[in-house]
Write a protein that binds this ligand. Structure first.
Ligand code: NAG
Ligand code: CU
Length: 173
């Protein structure tokens, strides 16, 4: 390509714009969220984790971090029945490091409790629902989640940018 026709210049400009869009969107897209359970209060009893989860959208690829004084608490992953009854699972050991990260690998409801006697009954229990990041999550009747909406838009923008870049890549080179 010794000289550019004006058509080629136009294409070049479009391609640069597409790459710029991609550069802006790509880091946002891949950033999985890490949720510190209870934020600065951490994983503790006498805390309302239902309120903490309100308005949060959890997606596959995100992760939970349970922070607590080691030995003071622990983290058991349980099923819905054990969650309701605050009973420890019959098999399986709890997480006990004091800073336990749990990657959310699958969709669906996930239940966690502290296994120290009385703690679950005092509110140290967490239930979340993990959604597939590519599917449009069901809107909640009271307040639509801006996080979920923006993620869908980003996915759409990313796909569009890829198509544009791919197209001009084929045309020009
Ligand atoms: C939940 O887990 C307990 C063991 O911790 C088990 O006995 C029970 O059958 C399970 N319930 C369901 C619905 O899977
Ligand atoms: Cu505890």
């Amino acid at each position: 390509m010794a000289t550019f026709s004006s058509k080629n210049k136009e294409m070049m400009v479009s391609m640069i714009a597409a790459v710029a869009v991609l550069a802006v969107l790509a880091p946002t897209m891949v950033s999985a969220k890490q949720y510190v359970v209870g934020d600065d209060k951490g994983w503790t009893k006498d805390f309302d984790y239902t309120t903490w989860t309100a308005g949060k959208q959890f997606f596959v690829g995100d992760s939970l971090v349970f922070n607590y004084a080691q030995g003071g608490h622990n983290v058991f992953k349980v099923n819905g029945t054990d969650f309701m009854q605050c009973s420890k699972p019959l098999v399986g050991a709890p997480l006990t490091t004091g800073s336990d990260e749990i990657p959310l690998k699958t969709t669906g409801r996930k239940w966690y409790i502290c296994g120290v006697a009385g703690h679950c009954a005092s509110g140290q229990k967490l239930v979340i629902t993990v959604s597939d990041g590519s599917a449009a999550p069901a809107p909640t009747p009271t307040s639509p989640s801006t996080g979920a909406v923006s993620r869908s838009i980003i996915n759409a923008g990313f796909a569009a940018a890829m198509v544009v870049v791919g197209f001009f890549g084929v045309v020009m080179f």
